[in-house]
Design a protein around this ligand. Structure first.
Ligand SMILES: NC(=O)c1ccc[n+]([C@@H]2O[C@H](COP(=O)([O-])OP(=O)(O)OC[C@H]3O[C@@H](n4cnc5c(N)ncnc54)[C@H](OP(=O)(O)O)[C@@H]3O)[C@@H](O)[C@H]2O)c1
Length: 281
């Protein structure tokens, strides 16, 4: 069954499901993305900081698919938040990807304790990059509710998405604030990085009931809540398993039972965006 597309508030569309390539080694990214495209994936989430944009671009080029048929997201490197550097950085990503334009460009982290806390200037730079045609849409990642309020109040431009850590053990509190702004939520680490969630008895029981795997139940939960997901795997059989989630749905009660697995802040696996300040050399 086909992957549904969602309409973003700028009236562009995005496949609700794709592949993420964080931690896919640069030497393996062409193979992994090629296999995903063969299996029907049409959406790739990469980032300059992942170091594997060239392999992603090579896979898309080798696939023979029309450019419009593959949705490509990349993200601003934490080292390049100053407006002039943001433009340079996106141009470098486009060179690596072998593309004239990405579909979506995100501020990867708000870095509120760097750059004088001025992520608004960075957001204004992304608005210009969209106007210059280097990206079709612009969004953010790891923005807390206060960060979203700040950029929207200052510029009047709402990001089309906020990409945030989100999985059953961590129902990120930035999710409702994102939706209230009219942006869609992209759930990163949707499988909790293949950790504890996949052996949780609530999830394994639902997997048994539906004749699906725990990973498929977790992905279905995200999709049934209306969020966008791009689970990562370097294994073809898991890539096939992860996209095989469009022949069943969870009931409202089942979604509610998974919502109840949230552990709050204790469920967060990644850094807290309020304090995260890492930049590559
Ligand atoms: N914006 C951000 O700051 C940010 C941060 C993190 C992630 N992301 C994005 O979100 C994407 C997904 O997140 P993620 O890579 O952190 O984690 P994830 O997709 O939740 O989980 C990936 C892990 O789960 C394993 N896995 C995949 N499919 C599986 C299955 N069906 N059954 C069991 N295990 C499975 C993978 O192992 P194998 O590869 O060995 O199969 C890998 O170790 C990233 O690739 C990236 O694009 C963004």
């Amino acid at each position: 069954m086909a992957v549904p597309s969602l309409t973003l508030h700028d009236q562009t569309t995005i496949p609700q499901f794709g592949i993420g390539v964080w931690q896919v080694p640069p030497t393996d990214s062409e193979r992994v993305v090629s296999e995903a495209l063969e299996l029907g994936y049409r959406h790739v989430d990469t980032a300059q900081m992942y170091g594997n944009e060239a392999g992603v671009g090579a896979a898309i080029s080798a696939s023979g698919l029309a450019r419009d048929d593959v949705y490509v997201t990349t993200k601003l490197n934490n080292s390049f938040h100053e407006p002039a550097k943001a433009r340079e950085s996106l141009k470098r990503s486009l060179d690596e990807l072998g593309l004239d334009q990405v579909d979506l460009f995100l501020i990867h982290w708000p870095l509120p304790t760097r750059y004088g806390g001025d992520f608004t200037a960075t957001w204004a730079a992304l608005i210009e990059l969209r106007e210059a045609g280097l990206t079709r849409s612009i969004g953010v990642s790891n923005f807390q509710p206060a960060h979203l309020d700040t950029i929207v109040q200052a510029t009047g431009v709402v990001p089309v998405v906020n990409q945030i850590e989100l999985h059953p053990y961590f129902d990120n509190p930035a999710r409702p604030a994102t939706l209230e702004h009219g942006a869609l939520v992209q759930a990163w680490s949707p499988l909790g990085q293949g950790g504890g969630e996949l052996t949780d008895p609530v999830i394994t029981a639902l997997a048994d009931k539906h004749g699906k795997t725990p990973a498929q139940v977790v992905l279905r939960w995200h999709l049934d809540r209306g969020d966008i997901v791009f689970p990562k795997s370097t294994h073809r059989e898991r890539l096939a398993e992860n996209i095989d989630v469009f022949d069943f749905t969870l009931s409202d009660d089942e979604v509610t039972s998974l919502n109840a697995l949230d552990k709050g802040e204790a469920g967060r696996t990644g850094p807290n965006p309020d304090t995260f300040d890492w930049i590559p050399n």
